[in-house]
Ligand binder design. Structure first.
Ligand code: NZQ
Ligand code: ZN
Length: 387
């Protein structure tokens, strides 16, 4: 195991009805004038925004609102949010929604106290200062409720890029699994896929002797395999929703990733798909991740065989562990198919002729991936495995 530091100071409030205490937590974390930032309307239709407004009013907290965050959130609304917060002297951002609303909130939070263009943060400048962000989560997926990351798409050239910094890690996150019961099965499955991808990005490591985090990841993957299909089939299954919601946080606040190298090439490869075709991030990962696995399993056959036996219940073929490794990848594909995810470019609406362009953007001037370093030609080959 490698040396590491781990500091994850988000205050989590988990369970039924807790969104009604949003005002209490905003006050506790010092907010006096709030921007409520939300998505395309699901939180309005469900009455959630109304309940959040009421809880702020009960605490005497003033607020302004900005809705309209799109999945794969855009920079245009971030600029609008920064202007609004400056004009209204907002000192706290409350994200109500999924990863997109939370990431857009984080971008606004970092942009308000910054003199330059907020896009600098998405071009490599570290975020050191931001308004505090709280979240009321409505979909278990991106893990942004516990992460110090944000992903924004710049409309010009549809460039999707990430920014990081402790300053944008939410100060509190309210996780009520009931709020996820209105999700359509497809969005639920996209979330499950993203959560599993966050676990795999950490599982495929070159660091030796990481039994504790290996076992944590395997345990969370097993929980997703058991609970995921239940939530897809029965949207109102509270216990399945609750287990998935906490797994989504655990998968991405890096408690499973400390002390080990991580990969993250699949996310880079996927981000070009969701930028170009505006598909759901989880759906893009369902297409990319099995292809990445097929392309790279020979780098460490025993690690792939380990996950195949411990997580997918595959038989260990000691005479030819490659068979076991491949059986695990096939089991993952079958699982994704079973929850209704796409597995090919065609199902995603992606086009073969865009492959060189996307591979170019994904790799920039160098290589991507901490497990196997991939050059542009490798990324092209992975995209081709998705055809
Ligand atoms: O906009 P509304 O109307 O709310 O609809 C949303 C949206 O269409 C809908 N939805 C959310 N909660 C719902 C609901 N519909 C009914 N009932 C509910 N309770 O679901 C759709 C997807 O929402 P979105 O916020 O886009 O989902 P997700 O949480 O998957 O976020 C995806 C974004 O997060 C980024 C992705 O790249 C993508 O842009 N990521 C952020 C990360 C981070 N900050 O740490 C890490 C991830 O790897 C990921 O890259
Ligand atoms: Zn992800």
């Amino acid at each position: 195991m490698d040396n590491f530091t781990f500091y994850s100071p988000t205050y989590f409030v988990f369970g039924k009805g807790e969104e009604n205490n949003a005002g209490h937590y905003v006050k506790r974390f010092g907010g006096t004038k709030v921007l409520i930032h939300y998505g395309g309307g699901s939180a309005v239709r469900s009455g959630l925004i109304g309940r959040v407004e009421k809880s702020l009013e009960e605490q005497g907290i003033l607020y302004v609102e900005l809705g309209g965050v799109k999945p794969n959130p855009r920079s245009g609304l971030v600029y609008e949010g920064i202007d609004l917060c400056r004009r209204e002297n907002v000192d706290f951002i409350l994200a109500v929604g999924g990863g997109s609303s939370i990431d857009s909130s984080k971008a606004i939070a970092a942009g308000v106290p910054y003199d330059g263009d907020f896009w600098d943060f998405y071009s490599g400048t570290p975020i050191t200062k931001a308004l505090p962000v709280g979240t009321v989560l409505t979909i278990a997926a991106a893990g942004s409720e516990g992460s110090g990351d944000s992903v924004i798409t710049r409309e010009e050239g549809m460039l999707k890029r990430g920014a990081s910094g402790e300053a944008i890690r939410p100060v509190f996150s309210i996780l009520n699994p009931e709020l996820t019961e209105t999700l359509p099965p497809y969005q639920t499955a996209c979330g499950i896929t993203d959560i599993m991808a966050h676990l795999f990005e950490r599982y495929f490591t070159n660091t030796k002797d990481v039994e504790t985090t290996d076992r944590m990841i395997e345990g969370l993957l097993l929980a997703m395999i058991n609970e995921g299909p239940k939530a897809v089939k029965e949207p109102g299954n509270y216990q399945a929703r609750a287990n998935i919601m906490w797994a989504g946080m655990m998968a991405h606040n890096n408690s499973c990733g400390v002390g080990r190298s991580q990969d993250w090439a699949s996310h880079g490869i996927e981000h070009e798909l969701s930028a170009k075709y505006d598909c759901a991030h989880g759906a893009g990962l369902a297409v990319v991740f099995p292809a990445w696995m097929k392309y790279n399993y020979k780098h460490d056959i025993m690690r792939f065989a380990q996950v195949a036996t411990r997580v997918w219940g595959c038989h260990m073929d000691f005479s030819n562990p490659e068979n076991t490794a491949l059986a695990g990848i096939e089991a993952f594909r079958n699982f994704l198919r079973g929850i209704g995810m796409p597995l090919t470019f065609e199902e995603l609406g992606a086009k073969e002729e865009d492959i060189p362009y996307m591979a170019d953007l994904a790799t920039g001037d160098g290589k991507i991936g901490g497990f196997v370093a991939l050059a542009k030609e490798d990324v092209e080959a992975i995209y081709r495995l998705c055809l």
